[in-house]
Design a binder for this molecule. Structure first.
Ligand SMILES: Nc1ncnc2c1ncn2[C@@H]1O[C@H](COP(=O)(O)OP(=O)(O)O)[C@@H](O)[C@H]1O
Ligand SMILES: [Mg+2]
Length: 374
């Protein structure tokens, strides 16, 4: 048998392309896991979901599921041994769970990449270390609260370092006198204080990085939030080409810094002065990438499955001059009959029974032939 570099690479499990029919494990059973499972099925893979809660959206489209806690060492081992690779759809999985799983199977992305992306201070420090600007920030504990407010100034935003999502775990500080109440409202958890950016727009880049370090990105996405929850994503973002190139290049550097495998998303603010500032990285497929299901040649879900399976990335080519994705949040699902009755709206529902306020129930994607069409 040939023993050249190529031969060695082929026997290295890190570089093996999984064959169709292989089992892929996903930690987390929400809508992202559901859409990953559907894409995996299209590529011939079999899915095993691991989640602590019963009745998860992904269970109904996955061949197997395990309901167990993320710190259940025995169940994690059984799960790891049942799949060729494990990935995540939920970023608050303890990094320790990934370390445990990695003793028995491939884990993509790695526990270290996840640990950095989970912590707002670590991720912003990482971004700066590769030359990507961020809002001014400072670490906050009970001891450093006042000095942080002095350094960063007001208005600013206090956020818990970990576990925030959809604007949860955040408090605005309008003037220094608000600081103590804001910190108390976050139960004095370890925090980051960030300068408040009166941005012109918010954009994100959804990218994929292969096991060999190869990088692909979709077009830069423009995002509008309502009540801190993503409401719509539109491509292309209304920013100059040089800024779009800068955002994609910054995202590539962040993927390299994390030695990341799979799809990830980076959120940025664009200031009135045309500056790009890193906000956060999501170590998973992202709500702002849902438009790619209809709007791009290979969706973010296919890209992620391809990457974690050791396959080459698909084409990120956009299929229309403009694509708009609208989230269906809470009672928005009441409009489903109208959406179904209208042409040109692709409906995705996540199978959640109860439409609680602020809950992401589904989304709608529209492709426009004319970039300026309303
Ligand atoms: N430093 C900031 N300045 C201005 N707006 C902010 C700032 N940080 C967050 N926001 C707003 O709050 C939203 C949610 O904050 P983010 O840090 O992305 O947390 P998460 O998405 O995890 O809840 C952002 O998309 C943005 O609209
Ligand atoms: Mg965010």
């Amino acid at each position: 048998m040939a023993r050249g570099t190529d031969g060695r690479r082929c026997r290295d499990p890190q570089h093996v392309m999984l064959a169709p029919g292989a089992w892929i494990g996903i930690l987390g059973g929400g809508q992202l896991g559901r859409m990953l499972a559907m894409a995996a099925a299209e590529l011939g893979f079999r899915i095993h979901i691991y989640a602590p809660e019963p009745d998860q959206p992904a269970f109904s489209v996955a061949e197997r599921h395990t309901i167990a806690a993320y710190d259940d060492i025995a169940q994690l081992e059984v799960f790891a041994r049942s799949v060729a690779v494990v990935t995540i759809e939920f970023e608050n999985v303890p990094a320790l769970a990934l370390e445990q799983l990695a003793r028995f199977t491939l884990v993509r992305p790695s526990a270290t990449a996840l640990a950095t992306a989970q912590d707002r201070i670590l991720e912003k420090t990482m971004a700066r270390s590769v030359g990507v600007d961020t809002p001014a920030f400072a670490e906050v504990t009970a001891e450093t609260l006042q000095s942080a407010v002095q350094r960063v100034g007001t208005p600013s935003v206090l956020k818990t370092r970990r576990f925030g999502y959809d604007g949860k775990g955040q408090a605005k500080i309008r003037q220094p006198a608000d600081a103590v109440a804001a910190f108390d409202s976050l139960k004095q958890q370890p925090c980051i204080l960030e300068a408040f950016i009166s941005f012109e727009r918010e954009v994100s880049v959804v990218a994929s990085r292969g096991v060999d370090g190869s990088f692909t990105a979709f077009d830069v996405i423009e995002n509008e939030h309502q009540n801190h929850i993503l409401a719509t994503s539109t491509v292309p973002a209304r920013i100059p080409d040089h800024l779009a190139d800068e955002a994609i290049e910054a995202t590539r550097r962040i993927g390299d810094a994390l030695a990341y495998t799979g799809v990830f998303a980076v959120e940025y603010f664009v200031t009135g002065a045309g500056k790009l500032l890193f906000n956060e990285v999501a170590p998973r497929v992202h709500n702002s990438g849902h438009w790619t299901i209809e709007g791009a040649e290979s969706s973010q879900f296919h890209q992620h499955i391809r990457a974690v399976a050791g396959w080459p990335a698909g084409s990120t080519q956009r299929r229309a001059p403009r694509v708009v994705m609208t989230n269906l949040i809470g009672d928005d699902v009441l409009s489903v009959p109208d959406i179904v009755a209208s042409k040109g709206k692709s409906l995705h529902l996540y199978g959640k029974a109860e439409a609680r306020a602020g809950r992401k129930m589904g989304h709608v994607t529209q492709l426009f032939r004319d970039a300026d069409q309303p």
